[in-house]
Design a protein around this ligand. Structure first.
Ligand code: SF4
Length: 508
């Protein structure tokens, strides 16, 4: 199957004029936003989230990442400012993923956008919501059109009655993936919390202050992973600290208070900036598989000034168990892997150590220093690593390597199934499993081997359905679709004639 891209045709209507600016194309939106006072924030995004080879979200709206982080926090209200269609899609998706929380919305029209009334409406909404008995923070997210129109969320009060106000711009033309949009909000919250901590005493964590130095975990990991990491840290005399993005405001202080920050997911550039400003060392990669766990224990131990003998003791305690678990549950087969969660390289390492013939790892996230060790490890074993991978690159890898199993995003999975190849959706079936330490070793084998074993079922299904529903026959038909070769030939002739005419006009 050929990879196809839906062409994005630039249009030129003014964002301000019609309120439908999100159809104006990324360049027009960028230019409008720059002119409307968002130059600085867009320059910071361009530095934090470098683009290429594609600069257009090929997955869901990036703002979903920020929205989800806000909706998951206790005592936090999240309000969207954007076009109704965007808000509809985002609130639908957030409830599909079990938000169990209302998504706030301040609607606008051309007039309120142009006159600045939208900003006043947002301010009114924030004042009405700011009840310190209910809330620690209110998050307001400018989507594409309000960002391009320069709605100045930075002019909102910093706090109202003690409720913190966090206004962020998360446009699709400035933040490439929903993963990085999580960082936009997490970074903004850390910055706010760091300023509070520098100004005076702040709230202690709900469970009290840890009695050991802690390691802050950066990245949304499987719920059991922090416990596994806690067990790995124990012989080093360390404890697992909060996971960032946090689930509560006061956890931000504890996160900033960690001795070391483990950048388990490598795309949290703005958050890392805040941790570095707080003087915390950052350690990349994660304790995955034998080699990954060994290197991670060493790096964390060294960063926290743990004696080498203690680090070695921790390695001796865990590494044989990990090696044993990997050997007991091998993965057999050729695999291509792609996703947009940021943990793709870690999963790749685990698959290789499990014995898989992994050929390609594509991630929608950018290259950063915190995944360098994973990239080098994979490349040394002949795996092609593609940062900012486009769907076209993921599909090209699938066609080139002809894997026994394709792990990927929805369209990759669909293409693989059409080609009779077993496939697994990365987000739901792979990244939602333990990956770290002894618990992660061998955890992928069951699901991966079961999927590879389904090849015969795909062949049987494809043989049974033949070309039903393919090409012109796709859709719902009352009768067997009849082909009309004469009609097709006539349309082809007309299309060629039109193309010739266009070309001739271009040459005049
Ligand atoms: S906010 Fe921007 S990227 Fe998101 S759905 Fe709307 S137009 Fe698309």
């Amino acid at each position: 199957m050929d990879a196809r891209t839906i062409p994005i045709t630039p249009a030129t209507p003014s964002v301000r004029e019609d309120g439908h600016g999100c159809h104006a194309g990324a360049d027009a939106m960028q230019a409008a936003a720059q002119a409307a006072g968002k130059r600085e924030v867009l320059a910071q995004y361009a530095a934090d989230y470098p683009k290429g080879p594609h600069d257009q979200p090929q997955s869901m709206c990036p703002a979903f990442g920020s929205l989800r982080v806000g909706l998951r926090m206790r005592r936090t209200s999240t309000i969207l400012s954007g076009s109704a269609c965007c808000v509809y899609g985002l609130s639908f998706t957030s409830h599909f993923y079990g938000a169990r929380r209302s998504v706030g919305y301040v609607p606008f029209n051309s007039e309120t956008l142009v006159t600045g009334k939208l900003f006043e409406d947002i301010r009114d909404a924030v004042y009405r919501q700011a009840d310190p008995a209910q809330l620690d923070a209110i998050v307001i997210i400018n989507l594409c059109v309000p960002t391009a129109s320069g709605v100045p969320l930075q002019l909102l009060p910093q706090q109202i009655n003690g409720v913190r106000i966090i206004g962020i711009d998360v446009p699709g033309f400035g933040v490439p993936t929903h993963a990085e949009a999580k960082d936009v909000l997490a970074g903004a919250m850390l910055k706010y919390a760091r300023t509070e901590a520098m100004a005076g005493p702040v709230a202690a964590p709900r469970g009290g202050v840890a009695d050991k130095p802690t390691v802050t975990l950066l990245g949304e990991v499987f719920p059991a992973d922090p416990m596994v990491i806690g067990a790995l840290l124990e012989p080093l005399g360390l404890a697992a600290g909060p996971v960032v993005p946090t689930r509560e405001w006061r956890e931000l202080y504890a996160a900033l208070d960690g001795s070391v920050v483990a950048a388990l997911h490598p795309f949290y550039t703005a958050s890392v900036r805040e941790f570095e400003a707080a003087g915390r060392p950052i350690v990349g990669s994660a304790p995955v598989g034998h080699d990954g766990t060994e290197a991670w224990l060493q790096a964390i131990g060294s960063a926290a000034n743990v004696a080498q003998a203690q680090i070695d003791a921790a390695k001796n305690k865990f590494l044989p168990a990990i090696r044993g678990a990997l050997a007991a549950r091998p993965v057999k087969g050729r695999i291509t892997l792609s996703g947009y969660e940021g943990s793709e390289l870690l999963v790749g390492r685990l698959l290789v150590e499990s014995g898989a013939d992994l050929r390609y790892v594509g991630t929608a996230c950018p290259r950063t220093p915190w995944s360098d060790a994973d990239r080098q490890w994979l490349q040394a074993r002949g795996v092609h690593v593609q940062y900012r991978a486009s769907l076209e690159q993921d599909l090209a890898a699938f066609h080139e390597f002809k894997p026994d199993l394709a792990i990927g995003t929805t369209p990759v999975v669909q293409a693989a199934k059409e080609a009779r190849t077993p496939s697994l959706y990365f987000t739901n079936l792979i990244s939602a499993r333990p990956l770290m330490g002894p618990a992660g070793a061998g955890a992928l084998a069951q699901v991966v081997n079961a999927a590879i074993g389904n090849k015969a079922r795909f062949d049987a299904m494809s043989d049974f359905f033949g070309d039903a529903g393919q090409g012109d026959k796709a859709g719902v038909w009352q009768d067997t679709p009849a082909e009309h070769p004469a009609f097709r030939a006539e349309q082809k002739r007309l299309a060629e004639k039109r193309a010739k005419k266009r070309k001739a006009e271009e040459m005049v």
